[in-house]
Design a binder for this molecule. Structure first.
Ligand code: SF4
Length: 94
């Protein structure tokens, strides 16, 4: 029986061109907001993490544009927009 590929391996076949300026930003001053912690749990690509200071950080490279973090955290803490033009995710299915 063959082994299933890991999530990281599956996501690795996609192509990402991050639009860091526009796509998703944590609103300034909300890095420790409890609502933001939901994103650490729900993001399917695992792009949110909590640093040593208890602040939530986002590494946008690899975003699937699913919108889950937008729904989980709300627009008050996240500035969420689709990427501009040629940027964003290109899904590849192998
Ligand atoms: Fe993660 Fe989806 Fe939010 Fe992108 S849109 S950061 S993949 S939850």
């Amino acid at each position: 029986m063959s082994e299933r590929p890991s999530l990281k391996a599956k996501l690795g076949v996609n192509v990402f061109k991050p639009d860091k300026a526009r796509h998703i930003n944590i609103r300034p001053g909300f890095e420790k907001d409890p609502r933001l912690k939901a994103a650490v749990v729900v993001c399917p690509a695992g792009l949110y993490s909590v640093n040593d200071r208890g602040e939530v950080e986002l590494d946008i490279d690899g975003c699937l544009e699913c919108g889950t973090c937008r729904i989980a955290c709300g627009p008050e803490v996240l500035d969420w927009n689709y990427p501009n033009g040629e940027a964003g995710v290109q899904f590849r299915f192998g």
